[in-house]
Design a protein around this ligand. Structure first.
Ligand SMILES: NC(=O)CC[C@H](N)C(=O)O
Length: 359
């Protein structure tokens, strides 16, 4: 087995074995983040919100089950690399399915196994999310190169749809602005018979409104919400005329467009056991989450936004609604793929809000 290294911005080195992509040609650097889910590795690695990140799974044994034909959130792996403590040697799936490590190879996804992912996660919790490099050749220069390199801040442009497309349906027409759309958001709308028009992230309000949508959904997506200036004008126009629902990056953009601000969290929320409580005390839900930024609650004071959900452990803002328009957003993932399905009702709430608004 080939030796492979993970070098962190703070100088720590983890040495393990390569899997997936056999040889890393160039330095592969990115933001190193951890996910606490016990399952859902296929969905997470193909979720465009992870674009460019190096993803560590804290659950110690990954690959227990094989790859499903229907579970991917996009057509390729979006994380740049995957780090696991141990790969399952005998996955429980039928022989027609690919095992996790066969799939990683097929996807050319560089993997590192055989390291102490618990120690690595403790470091990430202590120092916060860090830049890191995965490499097969460690030299004296690697750390200097890592420190000198800057991270891409145009991730959305690389994952959004280049063309407008339609998912037919006989129900309400929903325009989905794709900032890095997970397929399961489309599945949730399909299950509710919606006709969906998916548009690129840089679409202006006029383009979106030309499709006469009954409502507009702002999708999840990678990177810093503050890098998406153009979307803010679009949101300010849309919310005045159409019911709006924002998910994750879409929630952060909804907040920014309405005068709130966002900040980078120390190590984020990535996992499927994040409890959120609703401000009206009607819900205590378990949610799937994957975010490194959050809305600053203090910044909401002079806005028309109210907090609807908070994370139970750190009290960060997890949901907002407008007092002026039929518009709301959540930081977590109600489509929950993978994850608990507690908050699937939010898609129904969105459709009910549209019907009530009578557009
Ligand atoms: N899943 C998402 O949409 C992530 C939003 C944003 N990129 C963050 O990390 O906070």
């Amino acid at each position: 087995m080939t030796t492979r290294y993970l070098l962190l911005e703070n100088g720590s080195v983890y040495t393990g074995q390569a899997f997936g992509l056999t040889k890393i040609e160039n330095l592969l650097s990115g933001e190193l983040v951890f996910n606490t889910g016990m399952t859902g590795y296929q969905e997470s690695l193909t979720d465009p919100s992870y674009f460019g990140q190096l993803l560590v799974f804290t659950y110690p044994l990954i690959g227990n089950y094989g790859i499903s034909k229907t579970a991917s959130e996009s057509f390729k792996t979006q994380a740049s690399a995957v780090i696991v403590h141990e790969l399952a040697r005998r996955p429980s799936h039928n022989h027609m399915q690919l095992s996790f490590d066969q799939w990683a190879k097929q996807m050319s996804l560089p993997g590192l196994t055989g390291i102490d992912t618990r120690a690595l996660t403790i470091e990430l919790r202590q120092f916060g999310t860090m830049k890191a490099v995965m490499t097969d050749v460690l030299s004296d220069q690697t750390l200097a190169n890592l420190k000198a390199g800057s991270l891409d801040d145009q991730q959305v442009q690389q994952v959004t749809t280049p063309q407008i497309y339609e998912q037919p349906g006989r129900g309400l027409t929903i325009a989905v602005v794709d900032f890095g759309l997970k397929q399961s958001i489309l599945h949730c709308l399909k299950a509710r018979h919606c006709r969906v028009i998916v548009l690129p992230a840089d679409s202006d309000a006029q383009t979106i409104l030309a499709y006469h949508p009954d409502g507009v959904l702002l999708s999840n997506g990678p990177g810093d919400p503050k890098s998406q200036h153009a979307a803010l004008d679009m949101i300010r126009t849309i919310e005045q005329v159409k019911p709006l629902f924002g998910i994750c990056l879409g929630h952060q953009l909804f907040a920014l467009a309405n005068g709130a601000s966002t900040y980078k969290m120390s190590f984020g929320h990535r996992g499927f056991n994040h409890a959120v409580s609703s401000s009206d005390h009607r819900h205590l839900d378990f949610t799937a989450q994957n975010h490194g930024y959050a809305v600053d609650e203090a910044s909401l004071a002079d806005t028309d936004l109210l907090v609807t959900y908070r994370e139970v452990n750190d009290h960060t803002v997890e949901g907002l609604k407008s007092t002026k328009y039929p518009a709301f957003s959540v930081q977590f993932h109600p489509e929950a793929a993978p994850g608990p399905h507690d908050t699937g009702y939010l898609y129904d709430d969105f459709l009910k809000m549209i019907q009530k608004a009578g557009t």
